[in-house]
Design a protein around this ligand. Structure first.
Ligand code: ADP
Length: 484
């Protein structure tokens, strides 16, 4: 059978440009698919940092006359993983100081509709008979709203190439005023409930969910949750209607990048059979963050966007009670200014006990995974989540709210699950500060019994979170879609 050609269209990819979990998935899944014999290529916008990191490249296509869009070029480069990378170079739309979606002061770029319509359009062209490359995708795999128009274009052009749309987070939908329809080359007939329309506006995500041949999301539990009002963000009706075309596939992690046995960011490496190094990381983390160096005091770690979704408000609320337990708390993240200020204020009020680093730091995030004793992730909703995987791999049992992928990937510690070796963290239902507090208390109590704690840590570290398993599930979906 000839190699299956898959174009993976994404708005971010690690390590080149990252704001969240989508980047990690884009960096790892295509590489895992290649290992299974798929000819996968990744398409990403040529943001300034992406171009700066592209050491060698060829211009493989030009798009000079796409009506309504500035001239653009397609550059081909290689990533570390050897997956061919197609970079959509359009300086007017992508080369600017700031993030992929927002300017330096955190405001959405005013031309986001146009920026990501171009990405979607080029993705669709590369999967259609009009591809300017000698290579044409058999399947177009789109991710989140930024590429949501691509399945619509493919469908409206009657290209015959199937598409898969993956939802990484329903909360971001790419909703724009309806007058853009014409500018984005969508026919008036597409503006309806059976099309791109969403409560009178134009939604890129809705377009993807309506027109894609198959929808996936990043955990089985989240696939179920989004079919209901609480987490469907208004799309629950459409998703429930398409439930036979909706599959939840749990993300994997990059087990080379996140490997305590070889992680260059750590003070000392360690593994399930050589755990001594973990204590050295705890000490290094305590020293670096100005916490008192106390090997036996439980240290809670947090790495998160500081937003309501992540439930950080609850953790900040109970932090003074946690100090009394006593535990230490280290937080890394950025986001809502109020939460950033609250985190800083707690660190100032409890020196040596609570530390906060407001910002993004890959290096510190690795040290926290290794140096903390427990990892706290009280998300209100979490499509999949990555840090609960990393923390299990680093022998740092996670404390999580039973939602989305957290519920699918962490097994609550009970006498039974400890005995049968499945326990891998602490899970609470009911999103209240008291429930979070009680669950942290439960973890701290187990920590005092170091024999049991070590057994729990070992369970965590023995789990397999590699991408291979997920990549096989995606391949199965591609095959199913092609057979149709
Ligand atoms: P989301 O994509 O919703 O932000 P995920 O848990 O799926 O959440 O993925 C977040 C990713 O971003 C993880 O790899 C996490 O370690 C990383 N991350 C989040 N905030 C920071 C930060 N401030 N510094 C370093 N890494 C961070």
């Amino acid at each position: 059978m000839p190699e299956l050609k898959v174009l993976f269209a994404t708005s971010e990819i690690a390590p080149l440009i990252k704001t969240g979990g989508l980047a990690d998935v884009s960096g790892a899944l295509p590489a895992a698919l290649c290992k299974l014999g798929v000819d996968a290529r990744v398409l990403v916008p040529g943001y300034t940092p992406v171009l700066a990191q592209l050491s060698q490249h060829n211009v493989v296509a030009t798009f000079d006359s796409l009506p309504g869009f500035p001239p653009a070029r397609l550059l081909m480069g290689d990533m570390e993983s050897d997956v061919p990378l197609l970079v959509l170079d359009c300086p007017e739309l992508y080369q600017r100081a700031g993030g992929p979606y927002q300017d330096t002061s955190g405001h959405d770029w005013p031309d986001n509709a146009r920026r990501f319509a171009l990405l979607s359009r080029v993705a669709a062209i590369l999967a259609s008979g009009d591809s300017p490359l000698p290579w044409k995708a058999d399947i177009l795999h789109c991710n989140d709203w930024q590429t949501g128009l691509a399945p619509a274009y493919l469908n409206l052009w009657h290209s015959g190439t199937p598409s898969v749309m993956t939802i990484h987070n329903m909360a971001f939908q790419g909703v724009f005023p309806p007058h853009l329809l014409n500018e984005l080359h969508l026919p008036p007939s597409s503006f309806g409930i059976d099309g791109v329309e969403y409560y009178g506006n134009l939604s890129f995500l809705k377009a993807g969910l309506y027109y894609a041949d198959h929808i996936t999301t990043v955990s089985p539990n989240y696939a179920n949750e989004i079919q209901h009002e609480r987490l469907g963000f208004g799309m629950q009706g459409l998703l429930a209607q398409r439930r036979d075309d909706l599959t939840g596939i749990l993300n994997g992690i990059d087990t080379d990048e996140w490997n305590p046995a070889s992680d260059g960011y750590l003070a000392k490496t360690y593994s399930a059979t050589r755990m001594a190094g973990k204590a050295a990381n705890k000490q290094a983390l305590q020293q670096r963050m100005g916490l008192s160096v106390e090997p036996d005091r439980p240290l809670l770690g947090v790495i998160s966007r500081f937003t309501y979704q992540k439930g950080l408000d609850l953790l900040l609320e109970i932090a003074p009670r946690l100090v009394e337990l006593p535990v230490q708390l280290v937080m890394l993240g950025s986001g809502e200014p109020g939460m950033q200020d609250a985190a800083r204020a707690l660190a100032a009020r409890y020196p040596g006990r609570i530390a906060a680093h407001v910002g993004f730091s890959e290096e510190l995030s690795h040290l926290i995974e290794a140096g903390a004793d427990m990892f706290v992730m009280p998300s209100r909703f979490e499509p999949c989540g990555l840090n609960q995987f990393y923390s299990q791999r680093y022998g740092t049992p996670p404390i999580v709210h039973a939602t989305g992928g957290l519920a699918d990937s962490v097994i609550d510690c009970t006498p039974e699950t400890l005995k049968d070796g499945s326990a891998s963290g602490f899970v609470f239902s009911g999103m209240t500060a008291d429930n979070l507090h009680t669950t942290i208390l439960r973890a701290v109590e187990l920590y005092r019994d170091q024999k049991q704690w070590k057994a729990l840590r070992k369970n965590c570290m023995d789990k397999d979170f590699s991408w291979q398993r997920s990549a096989e599930a995606y391949l199965e979906i591609y095959r199913k879609v092609l057979e149709r």
